[in-house]
Design a protein around this ligand. Structure first.
Ligand code: NOJ
Ligand code: MG
Length: 568
């Protein structure tokens, strides 16, 4: 791609999400205000100044709704209330009000593919029996076999095991995830009405947007035909390596993911949001490929953003990262949507740990004590460099809590403490996502590194030196790199700039380099050295370095990155 690709223009005021830096909070692990070992909404309020100082524009909160917590809140039993473990609706209002004072937007999580099995609808469905309107809100079917003793089809749960569970009365219900997460029936108008109402509930309470969970899953293929593949949560749709064969993605042909019918739902929600002022938005969690299928979710009358998982799974690899950048910029430009950039979230091994493995494109489903242990220094150096790539690309960027501290996964969690349902449902074959979900370290030397004496998951020893109080204001800390980058990004308007590869972008050296030309006409060279040898930079001066030692005598060291103001 030699031509310049510009993000669609928007006024500074309007469509804030086009260039926003959005910080993901995983509430149970962010900050605990009451010492019960689980983070909570008042705990978030206590850290809003920290987040404002870091310089993020918006927060996305993973679910805090009433839930039995079989999938850490992605099993919602009441969509209109806060789980008492996390606080109250009043706490939510206080949080929202303080965020408004700080000029921060709020994205809440919406889980429309399934409810908890403790949701009143599902209880009613179980009680009402086969053929009832209550059952029609979910995916109930009779079984196969002489006495219906076999599941209705061969689908596997994303978390392992069968995707069907049988009730004592003989009928089976579908759950693409855990058996406590029954799938809703999106052919039922009541389901549509309910989610419109849930959207309005949170829009009225000040939500600026929704992160839509399993956005590609709501609609299932007519007749629920058999399908012989296993889709895993942690790797999305595929093994990361299959990106090398972009035309044969596993999602193609899946009878339960990326059905064309899902787009009708998002057109409907788009209309609901449009009734509100203030540029409300929807962001899709859709593990869909290739990139043009994903772009369909962000057509102008559907959602506003989709997570860019191609970039997330690219690894520390020049060719894969280059292709992910190029394809996603091109595909989103085609539909006029902004690109998003993300390196980690609560479903992936943190990038600092992934980049610390021998295989630079490794994408493990969790790491445990028997796995290769990441090299923290290598992972951190690469992670900081990748963050400078992420934050300099035009579009919107998502940070996962703790990215700014350079946190690794807990890679030695004992099996008996693991809570991810994928671990139990695969009999431990899938290590699962607990390692990236451990509570944040706020203060070195205090109980639970400042999270409290009894965090719901223990933290690894490495967290001591990575605690926020060891990094805030400290020159060359990871926190300082992020904070500086966010300030410069804002000052120069990099999120709304335009992109072009630089002449030095070269597979042979491993230098990944592009120019972001800002609205003000400033040309910023962004260069990351993914190769093994130092690479000279063109004439210019440093704006932000991934580490103090990144550039020496105009030469960029391996595993480092720089924002470089090009000489005019
Ligand atoms: C995606 C969420 O990010 C993940 O944490 C959850 O387990 C599944 N969807 C099911 O809701
Ligand atoms: Mg608490």
């Amino acid at each position: 791609m030699t031509q310049q690709v510009s993000q669609s223009p928007a006024t500074e005021e309007g469509e804030w999400w086009r260039s926003a830096v959005i910080y993901q909070i995983y509430p149970r692990s962010f900050n605990d205000s009451d010492g019960d070992g689980l983070g909570d909404l008042p705990g978030i309020v206590d850290r809003l100044d920290y987040l404002a100082d870091l310089g993020v524009d918006a927060l996305w909160l993973s679910p805090f709704y009433v839930s039995p917590q079989h999938d850490a809140g992605y099993d919602v039993s009441d969509y209109r209330d806060v789980d008492p473990r996390f606080g109250t609706l009043e706490d939510f209002d206080r949080m929202r009000a303080r965020m408004a004072e700080l000029g921060m937007r709020l994205i809440v999580d919406l889980v429309p593919n399934h409810t908890s099995s403790e949701h009143e609808w599902f209880r009613a469905a179980v009680a009402a029996g086969p053929g009832s309107p209550e059952r029609d809100r979910y995916m109930f079917r009779d079984g196969r076999g002489e006495h219906g003793e076999l599941p209705p089809n061969n689908w596997r749960s994303v978390f392992g095991g069968e995707a069907w569970t049988r009730l004592p009365d003989g009928q089976w219900y579908l759950h693409l995830f855990d058996s406590t997460q029954p799938d809703l029936n999106w052919e039922n108008p009541e389901v549509w009405e309910e989610f419109r109402s849930v959207l309005r509930f949170w829009l009225d309470r000040g939500a600026d947007g929704f992160r839509v969970d399993v956005a590609h899953g709501l609609v299932k293929a007519e007749g629920l035909p058999d399908w012989d593949h296993q889709v895993h949560m942690v790797e999305g749709e595929h093994d990361a390596r299959e990106h090398d064969a972009p035309d044969t993605p596993l999602s193609t042909g899946s009878p339960y993911f990326d059905q064309d019918g899902v787009h009708e739902v998002y057109r409907d929600w788009h209309r609901v949001l449009a009734e509100y002022d203030g540029d409300r938005m929807l962001v899709a969690e859709a593990w869909v490929e290739p990139a043009h299928r994903l772009a369909m979710y962000v057509r102008s009358d559907e959602m506003h953003q989709a997570f860019n998982f191609d970039f997330l799974v690219a690894g520390w690899d020049w060719a894969r990262m280059s292709r992910a950048i190029e394809d996603s910029l091109a595909e989103s430009a085609n539909v006029g949507a902004p690109t998003t950039w993300v390196l980690s979230n609560h479903d992936t091994v943190r990038h600092v740990s992934r980049f610390g493995l021998t295989d630079p494109i490794a994408y493990p489903k969790g790491i445990d004590a028997d796995s290769e242990q990441p090299d923290h220094e290598q992972g951190l150096a690469r992670g900081r460099a990748a963050a400078l790539v992420e934050l300099a690309l035009p579009g919107s960027a998502y940070l996962y809590q703790g990215d700014e501290l350079g946190l690794p996964d807990h890679t030695r969690l004992p099996a008996e403490l693991r809570q991810d349902p994928a671990f139990a449902r695969t009999g431990g074959e899938e290590i699962g996502r607990d390692g990236c979900r451990v509570p944040l370290p706020w203060a070195a030397g205090e109980p639970g590194h400042g999270f409290g004496a009894d965090p719901w998951l223990p933290q690894p020893e490495e967290f001591a030196q990575l605690a926020a109080d060891r990094q805030v204001g400290v020159p060359d800390s990871t926190h300082t790199v992020y904070r500086t980058a966010l300030r410069v990004r804002r000052e120069l308007g990099l999120g709304r700039g335009s992109f072009a590869w630089h002449a030095s972008h070269d597979a042979a050296t491993g230098l990944l380099s592009f120019v972001n030309t800002t609205g003000a006409g400033e040309r910023v060279l962004v260069a990351a050295n993914l190769g093994g040898a130092p690479v000279p930079l063109p004439a210019g001066e440093p704006l932000v370095l991934s580490s103090r030692d990144a550039v020496q005598d105009g030469v960029l060291r391996p595993e480092r990155a720089v924002w470089w103001r090009l000489a005019p």
